[in-house]
Design a protein around this ligand. Sequence first.
Ligand code: IMP
Length: 218
Amino acid sequence: MKQKEVPEASVIPENKLITFNFQLSTKMKLVFATNNKHKLKEVKEILDNQFEILSLKDINCFEEIPETQNTITGNASQKAHYVYDKYKINCFADDTGLEIETLNGEPGVYSARYAGKNCSYEDNVRKVLKKLQGKTNRNALFRTVISLIIDGKEHKFEGIIKGEITKTKKGSEGFGYDPIFLPAGYEKSFAELPANEKNRISHRGLATQKLINFLKTL
Ligand code: IMP
């Protein structure tokens, strides 16, 4: 009987070898429920790679997140709950407002659309400067509230920075009201400060730092 031919052990040439580079991320994954690319960039910089931050796009969420509450805390909470309830993924959302003393806290929760629906950052800045024309009290503060939902439980963090509204725009960094906000103790507006300096002292930076400290306890 003819012996069955045993095929020679084949050697795969080095250049045909397929290698798989699996990187198992042990970092905690969190969705930041925002469509604002400036905020996403700032928060990623502040979190400094310690957590894996996913954007709404990363989870295929392309819809407008409702923001219909009349407080900053209410809006942050509403946005985080919306994403958690729909996608069942741990997430956080923030909401920020600029509160001007002599305007009884305006624009506050209406900071994004102070000059009207679909207005630009520039329109809002112009409206604030106009409303403060001739006013000596220019005290203001930025307030950020972050709502974090982990396994269905909500945790809130607040960051506040006090300062003044300048008479004219200064600087071109940042976004929103940055060119007219002078943080207390500084001679430069938020829009004149380098990003890492703004992040270190800002409302969002402080709230995010509290968020990080909490996440580290989990
Ligand atoms: P939001 O509702 O949290 O997106 O913020 C409302 C508005 O506040 C934004 O549209 C901006 O005009 C303004 N805002 C939020 N964060 C900042 C900031 O860090 N610097 C300046 N303006 C900001």
